[in-house]
Design a protein around this ligand. Structure first.
Ligand code: AMP
Ligand code: FE
Ligand code: ZN
Ligand code: FE
Length: 281
């Protein structure tokens, strides 16, 4: 069984439709794939139809943007939650709306120095999709300012850049609590991905664990080996599940479906724990 529990479609910052992500997952030889778009479950219905057609199992999921009070970004994966749970929906909607205002601010700052308009950026966002820096990157590529998303993130769009603007995001422990309340399985995405920015310390792990954190995404290309050792110890100490995933974004990132996978026994425990929605087969 080949299981990949982290993939994005153009419902957020992936480049493929949910239908195409399911087709790509089947072609990559996966038996199970989770669709985990940033702050949106809008892709679930389309992906479900495609998963059945492709003969692959779909785990409905989401990746929730969070921020600690110290301003450190945390991504929380949730699997099998109820997408209509009011408390969770409210937080996700707040983040998603704030992302739009934030992108407008970033684009107006960028427009002072680069040939870029809001229309140029919107052109790269599917209707209703969760807006993110990758869409701004796509417009910068189209304008010939950078050659790809990676170059944009390494320069103009880093969190240290003068064009970077913050957006509302819930605290990680609140998000964990809401995912649990919605019957979902909360897993901390790429916890030690230091190339993305500052990573959290003991206090945040403890708060998330106390709130009901179920697992750690350890096998992810952005987690350096030293950090993985720390995470494995933490998982053993607190009886947390260990997952491995690709974080596929279509052609938006080099990450390939199935480059990291999750153990079937761990997957079985996730399925047993998730009560808000079902695996689609
Ligand atoms: P945002 O959530 O809008 O701040 O943008 C962060 C998103 O950009 C993350 O979800 C990543 O998927 C994506 N991202 C980060 N670094 C890169 C990169 N080097 N190349 C492509 N996408 C990236
Ligand atoms: Fe992303
Ligand atoms: Zn992430
Ligand atoms: Fe992701």
């Amino acid at each position: 069984m080949k299981i990949d529990l982290h993939a994005h479609s153009n419902v957020s910052d992936g480049t493929e439709t949910p239908t195409d992500v399911m087709a790509s997952a089947a072609r990559a030889g996966l038996d199970v794939v989770a669709l985990t778009d940033h702050d949106s479950t809008d892709g679930w219905a389309e992906a479900s139809l495609a998963a059945v057609r492709e003969g692959i199992a779909l785990v409905p999921g989401i990746e929730i943007s969070c921020r600690t009070e110290q301003g450190i970004s945390v991504h929380l994966l949730s699997y099998l939650h109820d997408p209509t749970h009011p408390g969770l929906l409210e937080e996700i909607t707040k983040s998603k709306d704030a992302r739009l205002t934030r992108a407008e601010r970033m684009v107006s700052l960028l427009a002072e120095d680069y040939p870029l308009t809001w229309d140029d950026v919107i052109h790269h966002v599917a209707p209703g999709a969760t807006m993110g820096r990758p869409h701004i990157a796509d417009a910068l590529v189209a304008a010939g300012v950078v050659s790809d998303r990676t170059e944009a993130f390494a320069s103009i769009l880093t969190s240290h850049s003068r064009y970077w603007v913050q957006h509302y995001a819930p605290e990680p422990a609140l998000a964990v609590e809401l995912v649990r309340a919605a019957g979902g399985v909360p897993v901390f995405a790429h916890p030690v991905a230091s190339s993305r920015g500052r990573v959290v310390g003991d206090k945040t792990y403890q708060e998330m664990i106390d709130a009901g954190l179920a697992g750690l995404e350890i096998d992810h290309r952005d987690n350096p080996e030293e950090g993985r050792k720390f995470l494995r110890k933490l998982a053993a100490r607190h009886n947390l599940l260990i997952t491995g995933s690709s974080d596929y974004h279509g052609t938006g990132k080099v990450n390939l479906l199935g480059e990291n996978t999750t153990d079937p026994e761990v997957f079985a425990r996730i399925v047993a724990m998730g009560t808000g929605s079902r695996v689609v087969r």
